[in-house]
Design a binder for this molecule. Structure first.
Ligand SMILES: [Zn+2]
Length: 201
């Protein structure tokens, strides 16, 4: 498990983790209270963010809560797991290139307070490897890096810039899921497996 550098209670897995979510999260949080619950999502690259109070599997790409002992889980294998907290709330968001075009990050921020806002982005496909074609490049021209006439997407760049400009603390993992063998990558081999990332309060 990788811990966020400074955002409290944020963790990102590599591909070697116990697939029993509750056991894994209990192990990391050292929270053996029977009150610990888990909320996850059936992610579809939508811009839907839900405010929740209970465990379950939600039809959304973002979930947000003020509840204690409710771990919010996002599953990824090249997209970005984005974990956010403010003074009272926590949020977990799934963002890939479609999420960058539908502004789900900013839709999530609108539901949060500015007080003590912090963002942590876990391992994802980085611009060393994430080659895209013209169809994606035209939608996100500011995030494209060109090498040897090929185009690569820097997924975290716009969120990182926004946070730096607005003095929001942000921590971005430098791990690339495509070239690091300790991570599942859909690009690499169409895997159905996913890393898990979670936050709780
Ligand atoms: Zn790479």
């Amino acid at each position: 498990m990788i811990r966020s550098k400074f955002v409290k209670t944020c963790y990102f897995s590599d591909k070697h983790y116990n697939k029993n979510l509750l056991e894994t999260i209990r192990g990391v949080t050292l929270n053996n209270e029977s009150s610990l619950r888990v909320a996850s999502m059936n992610q579809t690259h939508s811009d839907t963010v839900l405010k929740i109070k209970n465990e379950g599997n939600y039809q959304s790409d973002g979930i947000l809560t003020t509840e204690k002992n409710l771990a919010l889980v996002v599953k990824t294998a090249d997209c970005m797991p984005v974990l956010i907290r403010d003074l009272n709330s926590i949020a977990a968001v799934h963002i890939g290139w479609r999420g960058l075009t539908n502004n789900i990050f900013h839709k999530t921020l609108e539901l949060l307070q500015e007080t003590e806002l912090q963002v942590s982005i876990g391992p994802h496909a980085r611009s060393c490897c994430y080659e895209v074609k013209e169809d994606v490049a035209v939608l996100l021209p500011d995030l494209i890096e060109t090498k040897d006439k090929k185009m690569y997407l820097n997924q975290a760049k716009s969120i990182e810039n926004f946070c730096n400009e607005n003095k929001i603390k942000i921590d971005v993992s430098d791990i690339c899921t495509i070239c690091d063998d300790n991570f599942f990558s859909f690009r690499e081999n169409n895997t159905q497996e996913r890393q898990i990332s979670f936050i709780w309060k």
